[in-house]
Design a protein around this ligand. Structure first.
Ligand SMILES: *Cc1c(COP(=O)(O)O)cnc(C)c1O
Length: 359
């Protein structure tokens, strides 16, 4: 039986997508083998790759002067790829906003290749908010400006898009496809697939054409966006199954009404949980109201000795993976696109009952 899964990543996938993959697994498109067992250069797989790209372009309204890349090495690979690809155009420095653990990893990697200027940080309040734009110390000559629109671990989401001088780079691993974005405000958008796109093993990059000529001279071939763009993201063998499954998720998203419908649903789901947390004296959210994530909702119990019981009982009730990140503690419910409203309703009902019995 399928249960409600609140895992932060790899996360829940839409059930109809898994069903289709199951039905097609042994004999895909009448070829007598699975999608994993054909050449990535076959006409059948080429169609998968091209359709996935077109559907993603449709979903996010990606302008034609942007390339869509299907990459390997996860979002973490891009922490390295970004400085490699963008610090060879003159400026050897980059601006970063520090909002938590993922931003920190991106910053540490960039420091190996250039100078990093921290324009703003929310460390003073334990990374529980998104810094306001008027507090920034933006550089005049940065090669790019990097931020993390949704911090998956802290549960902090920027309520606005930074308006900056240099090309804006965004790690959208945990919020891509959850609301409409003006792609042309960005120089590079990237996301590991395993939260809001598909299975792990593939990452999506969306890069403005004019940023493809700024790589450092010794850039490793496998990190080079230009090589990926020129080779249709097939310079080496791509993760074909992950690409195929991501394509099925894109089709599913379109059938649900696209990104606008997901935005509405994500508001509804997260509001249901936050409203409950705010009414409760037993549970609470550690995140500043204006920066609360629609995707990842950390919450704590007033008495942390009850954490273990909460996790045992919630799992027994069919609510999976609510344990908070090891560095934060408490609980976290991830409400990505594939998590239905019914899952959040079941979670809130369970929490109300748990509070009544233990509060
Ligand atoms: C999960 C996550 C990552 C890491 O993704 P990998 O694909 O495991 O490298 C990076 N940034 C954010 C915001 C994430 O949520």
């Amino acid at each position: 039986m399928r249960k409600f899964n609140f895992c932060a990543g790899p996360a829940a996938l839409p059930e109809p997508v898994l069903q289709q993959a199951q039905e097609e697994l042994l004999d895909w498109q009448g070829l007598g083998c699975s999608v994993m067992e054909v050449s990535h250069r076959s006409p059948e797989f080429t169609e998968v790759a091209e359709t996935a790209e077109q559907d993603l372009r449709d979903l996010l309204a990606i302008p034609s002067h942007y390339k869509v890349l299907f990459l390997q090495g996860g979002a973490t690979g891009q922490f390295s790829a970004i400085p490699w690809n963008l610090l060879g155009g003159g400026s050897k420095s980059a601006d970063y906003i520090h909002t938590g653990q993922w931003a920190d990893k991106a910053i540490k990697e960039a420091r190996r290749y250039g100078q990093v200027n921290i324009v703003a940080s929310s460390e003073d309040r334990n990374f529980s908010y998104a810094p306001a734009a008027d507090s920034w110390q933006e550089s005049d000559d940065a090669a790019y400006f990097h931020y993390t629109p949704n911090e998956t671990i802290g549960g902090v989401e920027f309520p606005y898009i930074p308006d900056v001088k240099s090309p804006l780079v965004a790690d959208m691993s945990s919020c891509i496809l959850s609301k409409e974005i003006p792609v042309d405000k960005f120089g590079f958008i990237y996301a590991g697939a395993q939260k809001n796109i598909g299975p792990s093993g593939i990452a999506v990059g969306i890069v403005r054409d004019d940023l493809l000529d700024r790589a450092l001279p010794d850039i490793p071939r496998s990190l080079n966006w230009k090589v990926a763009a020129d080779g249709g993201s097939m310079d080496n063998t791509p993760p074909t199954f992950a690409w195929y499954l991501s394509g099925l998720v894109f089709k599913w998203l379109k059938a649900q009404g696209g990104v606008a419908a997901m935005a509405e649903l994500s508001k509804k789901k997260s509001a249901l949980l936050y409203d409950f947390l705010d009414r409760s004296d037993f549970f609470s959210s550690p995140v500043s109201k204006e920066s609360r994530s629609r995707m990842n909702v950390p919450f704590v119990l007033a008495d942390e000795k009850l954490d273990k019981l909460f996790l045992e009982e919630s799992e027994a009730a069919g609510l999976l993976n609510l344990k908070g990140h090891r560095s934060v503690g408490g609980m976290r419910a991830s409400l990505y696109n594939a998590v239905p409203l019914a899952a959040v309703e079941a979670l809130v009902a369970f929490m109300a009952d748990f509070e009544q019995r233990n509060g």
